[in-house]
Design a protein around this ligand. Structure first.
Ligand code: UDP
Ligand code: MG
Length: 185
């Protein structure tokens, strides 16, 4: 029942100086940090983290936002998705990322809840994207600056397993007991 989730503070989050604020939230909720590192990734690695199969999903999200923004287009999901994906890969490689693994009961779902909706304009107040990001994914596609929504979190338990393996070697993950596990249970 104990899950792990991969979280990335993306280059915009690092540049905004939000590392402490974000980590504090996960520690406060009681999730355990079992691995952490700062890494700048190249294009090849970014494409493994964000594979090309995401293209129609990104295109669909951009189209949904464009409807909110009143932008009319004849372009389809594939074409818009391709543009958003290219911008996303460029953004992902532009600066260092803080990568960490959180462990706990329902870790994947709890982390996603705290991260909020993909497009920050739809993310609830109290979520990381909702509290700290004043953009939408549709706007990012118009401006071509990449989906700068501060943070990545694994979407499902399956995705988490693959992503933890991609970012961390087994020796970089740690087993230890928190003070609560040692003294209060
Ligand atoms: N993204 C984007 N444009 C879009 C939708 C998504 O640039 O229209 C970026 C954004 O940075 C997002 C990432 O692509 O976090 C991965 O998209 P996904 O649908 O997996 O969203 P997430 O799981 O991060 O909420
Ligand atoms: Mg995702």
């Amino acid at each position: 029942m104990i899950e792990q989730s991969l979280v990335l503070i993306k280059p915009d989050g690092v540049q905004r100086g939000l590392i402490g604020e974000v980590i504090k939230r996960f520690e406060n909720v009681g999730l355990k940090i079992v691995g952490m590192k700062m890494q700048r990734v190249d294009k090849k690695f970014a494409e493994r983290h964000y594979p090309k199969r995401l293209i129609p999903i990104l295109g669909g999200k951009t189209l949904a936002d464009w409807e909110d923004l009143g932008i009319k287009t004849t372009k389809g999901k594939e074409e818009l998705g391709k543009q958003a994906w290219n911008d996303l890969i460029k953004f992902t490689t532009e600066g260092p990322i803080l990568a960490f693994v959180l462990e706990g009961v329902h870790a994947v779902q709890i982390v996603r809840k705290m991260v909020g909706h993909t497009s920050p304009h739809k993310a609830d107040p109290g979520t990381i994207r909702g509290d700290y990001s004043p953009i939408s994914m549709g706007y990012a596609t118009v401006r071509k600056f990449g989906g700068r929504n501060l943070i990545h979190a694994s979407g499902t338990v399956e995705e988490a397993k693959a992503e933890v393996k991609l970012w961390f070697k087994p020796g970089e993950l740690h087993t230890y007991k928190t003070v609560h596990e040692t003294h209060t249970r």
